[in-house]
Design a protein around this ligand. Structure first.
Ligand code: ADP
Length: 471
């Protein structure tokens, strides 16, 4: 059953059952608590009395007295008077015996029905017998406190008045139900919209943005949904771009591998058929084959990194290592490589040991990636700066060059996978190096900061905490 239908059914059933409960409870509670006489009871007593009088033909005082006294003794609050057609009091259970005149009789009736609701005057009922011109009268009177409370229609004579109460009662009983029904249906409607919008969230189609400004929980939920939908949308965009770059990478890859392979095959074939008679030429060809093979090896290494990272095998084992020593060793390698290439190299690594918790192989990889980039992309500045500083808790590794730099709009994106500044059709990399640097550094709970002023200074600074909490 849909929750809207369920809501309607619950509302109607509860409205009907509360009405029935109200009526039943008022009857039960009324009958338990409402002590005293009511019209029905008084009529029954008078009928019973009149029947006995008629049966015994007891119209004179002697015969009447025991009869009325016995009724009085059973109902001590009641005063019974038997009056002759001429107004003479034949017998009065209170002992009076005067003759009634018309005024006296009417006075007994004055102030009815006010006397019913607690006035001091007694309540009087008059019955005639037999109901003909010359009737006797039975007067039944009792103090108003002896009446049952709420004898609403004692003197109204008709209980039709109850119908005039039904409509107001029904309305007043139904209004809260209708209001809650309205309230729940509006909640239901809003949840329904949310549900529909959530159902349509996917990477392909546009997300539905919901407009719900209210501050209640559903409003909050809607705002969270909107934020989530926007996030999903932007992530879907990123994934799409990422996919495009990946495709581009794959198509470039076959080209980048085939070109050196063609060269290698060419030179190898020439050597095989013995075309190089001269030892120097042979050496030159071997050198080219070696160079190109190394280049391919390098590409394949990077490819391996990519697939490894995709399988999430960046396993982490932190242990204390001497970072300054590791950096000095690597720097020495690069000094050799750059020797004779006209590079100015500034190294500022302290002589002291700088111990930090790290995965040595990964940090070395990140450091080498930064150095490779500075040499590869910043070589027009002919400068390489390497630095290490530390404070009590952290170390700062810096790699600087003075090359073409990185435009502000590219600075954040170069850390994305497969992102290359020039769209990178050709070259040695896949736009993967910096993404792996960032991943390694972040896995060590550190961060990478980049600032670039073309041909003045491009600085990559890695901040790492000295101590890792987890191992
Ligand atoms: P790649 O594998 O292409 O080297 P990286 O993630 O290492 O990928 O670098 C992404 C891009 O950032 C490079 O294509 C290059 O354009 C740019 N870049 C990286 N380092 C430097 C630098 N020191 N100077 C100028 N550009 C750089």
């Amino acid at each position: 059953m849909k929750s809207r239908t369920k809501l309607w059914v619950i509302m109607l059933v509860s409205a009907a059952s509360s009405l029935v409960l109200f009526i039943l409870l008022s009857i039960v509670v009324g009958s338990i608590w409402a002590k005293g006489y009511n019209l029905e009871k008084l009529n029954a007593i008078s009928n019973e009395t009149l029947n006995s009088i008629e049966k015994q033909g007891a119209f004179d005082k002697d015969n009447l007295q025991p009869l009325l006294d016995s009724v009085h003794s059973r109902n001590p609050d009641l005063r019974l008077e038997w009056i002759a057609p001429d107004g003479t009091v034949i017998y009065d259970t209170s002992g009076e015996s005067e003759r009634y005149d018309f005024k006296q009789l009417v006075d007994r009736m004055v102030n009815m029905p006010n006397n019913l609701w607690g006035a001091d005057e007694p309540v009087t009922l008059v019955y005639s017998f037999p109901p003909s011109e010359q009737s006797y009268y039975l007067l039944l009177s009792l103090p108003s406190e002896a009446m049952q409370e709420g004898q609403y229609f004692f003197y109204v004579r008709t209980n039709k008045v109850i119908y005039t109460l039904i409509l107001p009662f029904l309305l007043s009983a139904l209004v809260p139900y209708l209001l809650s029904l309205w309230f729940f249906s509006s909640i239901n409607r809003r949840i329904g919209k949310l549900n529909k919008a959530l159902n349509q969230v996917n990477f392909r189609s546009d997300v539905i943005v919901l407009d719900d400004k209210s501050k209640d929980e559903i409003g909050q939920l809607t705002r969270h949904y909107n934020e989530m939908a926007h996030r999903i949308q932007s992530q879907a965009g990123q994934i799409k771009q990422f996919e495009n770059r990946r495709k581009l990478l794959l198509s470039n890859l076959s080209h980048d591998l085939r070109t050196p392979l063609t060269i290698i095959l060419g030179y190898a074939e020439t050597i095989r058929i013995g075309a190089y008679k001269d030892e120097n030429k042979l050496q030159a060809a071997a050198k080219i084959i070696l160079q190109r093979s190394r280049y391919m090896d390098n590409l394949l290494d990077q490819l391996l990194d990519i697939s490894r990272q995709e399988e999430d095998v960046l396993e982490l084992h932190f242990s204390p290592h001497n970072l300054s020593e590791m950096m000095r060793k690597i720097t020495a390698d690069y000094l050799l490589i750059l020797d004779g290439q006209g590079f100015t190299i500034e190294v500022d690594i302290p002589d002291k040991d700088v111990e930090i918790d790290m995965n040595e192989a990964l940090i070395e990889r990140a450091f080498r990636n930064l150095l490779d980039n500075a040499i590869r992309y910043g070589n027009d500045g002919h400068y390489l700066g390497i630095g290490l500083t530390d404070d009590e808790d952290e170390v700062y590794i810096s790699v600087k060059d003075r090359g073409r730099g990185i435009a502000p709009e590219d600075q954040e994106r170069i850390f994305e996978r497969f992102y290359r500044v020039d769209g990178g059709r050709r070259g040695d990399g896949f736009g993967f190096g910096l993404s792996i640097v960032r991943e390694i550094v972040e896995s060590h709970h550190g961060s990478v900061h980049l600032s670039s002023d073309p041909h003045t200074e491009t600085l990559f600074q890695v901040r790492l905490p000295k101590n890792q909490l987890d191992d």
